[in-house]
Write a protein that binds this ligand. Sequence first.
Ligand SMILES: [Zn+2]
Length: 453
Amino acid sequence: MNFSLIRTFGYFIGGIWTAWGGRKRIEAKQLKNLRRLIQKARKKSPYFNKLYAHLPDTNLIKLHDLPVTSKVDLMGEFDNWLTDRSLTLKQVREHMESMDNLGIPIGQYAVFRTSGSSGEPAVIVITSSVLEFIFGLSLARFSKRQLQVAKKIQKAGTNVIITGGNGHFAGAGFDKLRQNLTPPITRKFTFIPAEQAIGETVKQLNETGQIASILTYPSMLAILTREQEVGRLEIEPKLIKVAGETFTSELRERVEKAFPSLEFGIIDSYACTECLFMAFECDCGRQHVPEDWVILEAVDENNQHVPDGELSTTALLTVLSNDVQPFIRYDIGDRLRFYRDPCACGSPFRSFQIEGRQATVVRVGNVTLSPLAFDLEHESAQRVQLDQTSEFVFEVRAELLNHEKPDQVFEQIIQSISEVFAKNGLVDVKVGKSDTPPQLTASGKFHEVIPLK
Ligand SMILES: [Zn+2]
């Protein structure tokens, strides 16, 4: 993997130039990038070649001509999906078996997996051009104030990331990758695994000294906020950045109250592993789409566009910077509402609100746990789901691969779950086996953990 500062600068300059030209230039750039991606996908990806066989010439194609794609379909055809035939799912899975490989590229590509909280886990392949796009374009989209914050935060203390550490997630892996590839101009982070006992995390944070920033999920931030409110946690971060789940205004208020030290505020970063730079928050607090390189569509249950101002059923994502693993009109399951009026910040890029992805924390007695605390992966299971049937009773549902002793697999999963409860001081929680297979939501989504309603 060859990270290039020159190409990063190219994304930066290009990004400034496109924004300067207003809507007309943004839309022209988007269409040009889209057709280039379609052309490559048709030529090099057997999956897209077949999917797009009935479509007109690439130079005539518009976004709405393209069929919608889903995680399940694409993952099922992984080896036919990529435009580079040399990387296989088997290779990626083998690489991911060892946590020592986290953030270490396989040849030209970095690989991550999704948490699976909004469906089955997906494997994401990231090229150097994706990294150059993330750095170059986010810099081009920063406001003057944000640039100043980025500069000041460098010298403000320790930067902490608290995310899932039980797999090749981008949260922790991206920073490792960045440390491996880019020159030492970027911030270094201290990583705390979200799976460890909350008491341990609180202790570690309290002992950290001056914390400049914390990057975590809203569900983890909710837990930390409560710890700070009750006085077990005593930290004074200057900046908090959240990603991966919906950040509600209620939680924002509580966080601001619990952490009066937040000199640089809270940044809500709307992104997913499939597209690590999907939107940017402006000084007015709105999310804008970097439409020259990312397409985000708000659609109804029939994948038809919903008018601006109306809440969508789901959203379709097109990532124009990744031509190795094409995500084109890819259903991400989030509910969005595009604003009707332009933003007061003056940005020519469209802005929207997010309504989906509520932080689903699990409450047992006085303890609140993030779903990420549980490691619900087992080599002999395709899908594992933990269902809270009453406050202190949980059931494990699993789809097992052919295994001689299925009860033994269940035992091992139950054992790992029970350890998480015990680590958090919950010794009287009952975890049993369920004969029901894992359940999907009405819209076909898969949640690894289903808290009691
Ligand atoms: Zn704005």
